[in-house]
Design a protein around this ligand. Structure first.
Ligand code: BMA
Length: 303
């Protein structure tokens, strides 16, 4: 029995569903905001410029997309580049505010990770940015002994890389890096990077992440789940060798980048489900459902 179920309304948001012309809509961050589920959508225009729009929903399936993009001025470091291409926003609620981690491809230097904050999902302000090469930053929703901790994925020259943690007292200076030692699998051997905001459970932090492998024709993206230690999240408690989702449906296999399922956020619904929002083939938004308990059991039974 698969632990995730694709929603029958998939794909839940396509470029054609937007109230304006667009090429793609995918890899959204997700969070509960004012009693609704909010997605921070990565949208490419038909000039292939990336913009971010907020969408909200009361049932987590049908979303209303804001016509105006968010207001997020360039940070100091971004202004030094020839081009700052931001992507893949993940939203962590903490201490009454919302922190957004994302990647920035900063020409000509490469991929950096940035952290911004917002209180209203209209105006965003950058807090800090890393040196290249790093991506897939996800901030934990709680401090550890007074320190912020994030998952990140430093990148090798060939593009491969795996999850690490680092910590900070101010979200600007990051240090004490630790690898998250996930077991090798044939679906995540090339890359593994954090996806959703870690969810606190009695068995550990539940993290849904992406793993990639090369096939004869494409780099395939899968989703996996793992449990990390509640006190030291660089320690892996359980990490099944089985993936939880692979690109199989047409909306995951065909599009801008084929054979990609990529998550940036999951939200628990009022009726106890865990909604995992993910991009299909870098083109559209999809939804898969499970519960936190089922996913924790899956991790523990398959470790
Ligand atoms: C990664 C990120 C994701 C994307 C994936 C597949 O490097 O850029 O945003 O979904 O590649 O193209």
């Amino acid at each position: 029995m698969p632990v995730l179920k694709r929603h029958p309304k998939n794909p839940i948001l396509t470029p054609q569903d937007l109230p304006f012309e667009a090429y793609t809509v995918f890899n959204a961050g997700a969070v509960k905001y004012k009693g609704r589920i909010l997605l921070l959508l990565r949208i490419e225009t038909t000039e292939r410029k990336t913009v971010f729009h907020v969408a909200t929903s009361s049932d987590g399936v049908k979303f209303k997309v804001n016509e105006e993009p968010i207001n997020y001025p360039l940070g100091e470091l971004e202004k030094l580049g020839n081009r700052a291409h931001r992507f893949d926003m993940r939203i962590t609620p903490m201490d009454g505010t919302y922190y957004v981690c994302h990647a920035v491809w900063l020409d000509p230097w490469g991929s950096c990770i940035a952290i911004a904050k917002t209180d209203d999902f209209v105006n965003f302000k950058q807090i800090s940015m890393s040196v290249p090469s790093n991506r897939n930053a996800v901030l934990f929703p709680e401090k550890f002994k007074g320190k912020y901790v994030r998952l990140e994925r430093p990148q090798n020259v060939d593009g491969s890389g795996a999850m690490w943690t680092s910590e900070s007292t101010d979200l600007v200076y990051w240090g004490n890096p630790r690898p998250v030692k996930l077991p090798y699998t044939d679906w995540s051997g090339r890359k593994s990077g954090a996806g959703c905001i870690p969810i606190r459970t009695s068995e550990g932090w539940l993290e849904i992440y992406h793993g990639t492998c090369m096939t004869a024709s494409t780099e395939n993206y899968q989703l996996g789940a793992c449990l990390l230690d509640l006190k030291d999240p660089s320690k892996v408690i359980a990490a099944p060798l089985k993936f939880i989702l692979a690109a199989e449906e047409i909306y995951e296999c065909v599009g801008q980048v084929p054979n990609v399922v990529f998550t940036g956020g999951a939200c628990e619904t009022d009726d106890g489900k865990l909604n995992i929002y993910y991009g299909g083939a870098d083109t559209r938004m999809c939804l898969a459902q499970t519960t936190v308990n089922e996913l924790v059991d899956f991790c523990l039974k398959n470790k």
